[in-house]
Design a protein around this ligand. Structure first.
Ligand SMILES: Cc1ncc(COP(=O)(O)O)c(C=O)c1O
Length: 329
């Protein structure tokens, strides 16, 4: 299917490689596991948000904005990558972060600081709730801000993952493999929405399984509803006649444990297994939890041994350096 190509600013290295995790597969005595390495997108230590930012920043530039503003948690990967994208394009970056200024600058937040972002601390609000208020102030001060929503999850951000499925389709030919399942961390929903549209647009036979990361709803809406709306908006924007049936939006909420950023045995075991069998680092908040879900589904044979899995490594590694107390046990 032909879909509209949006303008983009080159910020990362694509296509990201796909590797087979043979030793982890052998250890689990289960299905073959492959990994799409979006942790290697390159922009200030990589991650899935590089894809979204290529399109979001292009729009900011086309609107002659001088500033970008976004928000998230103190250890937000999205915010760190936005700060890097802004720096690379000569834009000022304002980050609206949940929590309070920490005594020690660590992980993603240390990088935000080094990348020159201006920080606004917002206590209990960690999903960019105060962005409109701060944007208003920036306008009054004479700036021209471009607002990137929480997680970069609007139709422009999600489109990046539609194109990512085109990239995957081309790699599938090289691999000569079909991936029965694609497993990934789903949080603000842009990645998930884009993958769903891309799967239809490029006729990829697979089942998408998002692993829920955050127990709390955003703007009072369950994630499934947000993703459903976002798929419609994204398909419209790309002029693609695609309608995603809400039953196709699969999110496993049973791995959410103690909630966003609370790291337990599921995540630590998955991080250690992937590190010690494959030499690949996962992060504690997103990819560690998603891999924990994968391992559990394989052990319980919810995913049968004769299937192939593609685990989409969405990055997030810098936050590991702010979780040393939990991980180094
Ligand atoms: C490392 C990592 N993986 C996955 C996600 C989830 O992506 P999305 O917000 O598009 O659902 C995020 C979002 O912040 C992330 O930082």
């Amino acid at each position: 299917m032909k879909i509209k190509e949006l303008p983009k600013e080159k910020l990362g290295f694509f296509p990201t490689p796909i590797v087979e995790l043979k030793r982890l597969t052998k250890f689990l005595d289960g299905p073959r596991i492959f990994m799409k390495r979006d942790d290697l997108t390159g922009l200030a230590l990589g991650g899935n948000k590089t894809r979204k930012l290529e399109y979001l920043i292009a729009e900011a530039i086309s609107q002659n904005c001088d500033t970008v503003i976004t928000g998230g948690a103190e250890q937000s990967n999205h915010c760190r990558q936005t700060a890097a994208a802004a720096a690379a394009c000569g834009l000022k970056c304002h980050l609206v972060l949940g929590g309070y200024e920490p005594e020690n600058y660590r992980g993603n937040f240390l990088l935000d600081y080094l990348l020159g972002a201006e920080i606004h601390w917002t206590g209990e609000f960690r999903k960019g709730e105060k962005i409109p208020e701060i944007t208003e102030k920036l306008i009054q001060q004479g700036h021209k801000p471009y607002v990137i929503p929480y997680g970069g999850s609007n139709s422009i951000g999600a489109s990046a993952f539609v194109y990512a499925m085109k990239e995957l389709k081309q790699q599938q030919y090289q691999f000569n493999e079909k991936f029965d399942y694609i497993i990934f961390a789903s949080s603000s929903g842009g990645t998930h929405a884009g993958l769903l549209i891309g799967k239809e647009a490029f006729e990829i036979e697979t089942e998408l399984i998002g692993i829920g990361i955050d127990k709390e709803e955003t703007e009072g809406e369950p994630l499934e509803i947000r993703i459903s709306k976002l798929t419609n908006q994204t398909a419209d924007m790309l002029q693609a006649k695609i309608n995603i049936d809400p039953s196709k939006i699969i999110i496993k909420h049973e791995y959410e444990g103690g909630g966003y950023g609370v790291v337990g045995n599921l995540e630590t075991e998955a991080i250690k297994l992937t590190a010690q069998y494959e030499g690949i680092i996962l992060d504690p908040v997103y990819t560690g939890r998603a891999m924990g879900g994968l391992v559990d589904m394989v052990r319980k044979k919810i995913i049968e041994p004769n299937k192939n899995i593609l685990f989409w490594h969405t990055g997030g590694i810098p936050s590991a350096f702010s979780y040393s107390k939990v991980l180094a046990k």
